[in-house]
Write a protein that binds this ligand. Structure first.
Ligand code: FE
Length: 130
């Protein structure tokens, strides 16, 4: 997939990406392409190409979703209260294109700020670096 800075339209998204990114779905754990990825690089928004998470902050959370201790740039994500499904969660949204990425929880590594950004693989596109 080419990464550029154009926001993709609904009809340019795969059905799964549309369902998760635009309709706030969640991919099944241990099913996505990045939960067990260890390549170095920058995880970009699959819809608009914005830099979201560096592989330097990725950790093995055991949840089956790619997990990060912090965004590459806090300005590139928006955090919103999410009260759906009778839970109080914090949704993580791409600031530039507005799509749903996942949620952030307070059970991340204590020595790295304590946050766990739990992100759907399908919403990310890794730009690898050596
Ligand atoms: Fe985006």
């Amino acid at each position: 997939m080419d990464i550029n800075d154009k926001i993709k339209k609904d009809e340019e998204l795969t059905p799964e990406l549309f369902k998760i990114a635009r309709q706030k779905g969640t991919e099944a754990p241990f099913s996505g392409k990045y939960w067990d990825a260890h390549d170095r690089g920058m995880y970009k928004c699959a819809v608009c190409g914005t830099n979201l998470f560096s592989s330097d902050t990725k950790f093995d959370s055991g949840t089956g979703w790619p997990s990060f201790t912090e965004p590459a740039n806090l300005a590139n994500v928006e955090l919103k209260d999410d009260l759906s499904f009778d839970m109080k969660r914090t949704e993580v949204v791409c600031k530039k294109c507005g799509v749903h990425l996942g949620h952030v929880f307070d059970d991340g590594p204590k020595d790295k700020g304590g946050k766990r950004y739990c992100i759907n693989s399908v919403c990310l596109q890794l730009e690898k670096k050596d």
